[in-house]
Design a protein around this ligand. Structure first.
Ligand SMILES: [Zn+2]
Length: 390
């Protein structure tokens, strides 16, 4: 088609004329020994011819929009492997364009870059280590486009080597930008292709078009947005380790808290017991005893313990203090009178702890329990005989 013919068809089309079918020939893929392509993808040499032929009849799309019916611009009607010279091979196709956008773009010269879409039908190997890049054992650790040092000291650029594949579409694409700035996108393409070999398994990493996701992950991990893969993976490993440590710490903390709670409960229990003992001494609670005379917790005592749990010790103590004295058991101060054989302090004079009742009277009289006792013994006329401490 001459330049004039092309211009004529284009003008007619733009005036609402019929859209002609248009066939274009293009080398849509090239592979060269020792030279990485933009995707860092390589096909096994011996399978290139088969791959090339498999494109016959596949759709021609815009931008690999495989899910989008309206993105179809035509059909690949011919596809073969050609020798491009200089150790390079190419897949040359004849593409029949029918959609007006495709025809128009081809006519005005905007459709001049192509890219192939394929399905891997064999393992995708890492050219650095020879293992499957994303095999059953997980990721081999290399990344398409990375430059790594080989065992012999040479540097090599990691590529994905597809051992077998079949063509599924050819796309018209925009002119790639400066190479360095496109690396991530290219990686995504290689990635998407490599991952499709996993056969339905969930991809271990973000797919195509999601370079921003990698950036977001890097930022979320507190790394620079353009942090390399290995840094991101290292950060994730660290997080996992910390998480594991955290689980242990949490278990230890829970055990410590349980111990502390037990100690606290025991202490509270002890305080309530002390309070109850005092209440019994003061005669506010009638002590209950079993057949052998040992004290047992009566209903009131149990209720008070329950109350202490619910209301707290201070409030309960206050309440117990408000109980009337119903069962005075300590010796009464005024019981002596003119009694010739007054009752003695059961606990033995001033050495013993003052009883609750003594405390109470002492408080009422504004004297110490000691003074009270001395006064009492004086009143009873026994000071000289009994008070050896005097
Ligand atoms: Zn590898």
């Amino acid at each position: 088609m001459s330049e004039a013919e092309r211009a004529g068809v284009l003008a007619e089309m733009r005036q609402g004329g019929l859209v002609p079918k248009l066939a274009v020939d293009a080398v849509v893929f090239r592979q060269e020994d020792g030279v990485s392509n933009r995707n860092f993808v390589r096909f096994k040499d011996s399978k290139l011819g088969k791959l090339a032929r498999s494109f016959k009849g596949v759709p021609f799309l815009r931008d690999h929009r495989q899910w989008d019916l309206t993105a179809r611009g035509g059909t690949v009607v011919g596809s073969e492997l050609v020798d491009l010279g200089g150790g390079a091979k190419g897949i040359r196709q004849t593409i029949e364009l029918v959609a007006d956008w495709a025809v128009e773009m081809a006519l005005d010269g905007r459709l001049d870059r192509f890219s192939i879409g394929w399905n891997p039908t064999g393992p995708a190997l890492c050219t650095a280590c020879g293992k499957e890049m994303f095999g059953a054992d997980g990721w081999c650790g290399h990344w398409p486009g990375d430059v790594v040092e080989m065992k012999n000291g040479d540097e090599t650029t990691v590529e994905v080597l597809f051992t077998d594949a079949e063509g599924i579409e050819t796309s018209g694409v925009a002119v790639p930008a400066v190479r360095g700035t496109e690396v991530e996108d290219m990686r995504s393409a290689a990635m998407r292709a490599a991952l499709s070999t996993l056969g339905g398994a969930r991809p271990p990493r973000p797919l195509a078009k999601d370079t921003s996701m990698l950036e977001q992950i890097a930022l979320a991990l507190g790394l620079a947005a353009d942090a390399p893969e290995k840094d991101i993976l290292a950060a994730v490993s660290r997080l996992r380790a910390e998480e594991a440590a955290h689980v242990t710490t949490k278990a230890e903390l829970a055990a410590a808290q349980a111990r502390a709670a037990a100690v606290e409960a025991e202490r509270d229990e002890q305080r309530v017991s002390t309070m109850l003992d005092r209440a019994v001494e003061e005669g506010r609670i009638r002590p209950e005893r079993d057949a052998k005379g040992a004290r047992i917790a009566g209903k009131l005592e149990l209720a008070i313990r329950d109350m202490a749990k619910k209301l707290g010790l201070a409030a309960t103590e206050e309440w117990v203090k408000g109980l009337p004295v119903i069962a005075p058991i300590a010796p009464r101060l005024d019981s002596g009178g003119g009694d010739p054989t007054p009752r003695r302090e059961p606990a033995g004079g001033t050495d013993a702890e003052p009883t609750a009742l003594e405390l109470k009277y002492a408080r009422q009289l504004g004297v110490t329990p000691d003074v009270l006792r001395k006064t009492k013994t004086l009143m009873l006329g026994q000071a000289a005989d009994d008070d050896k401490d005097e």
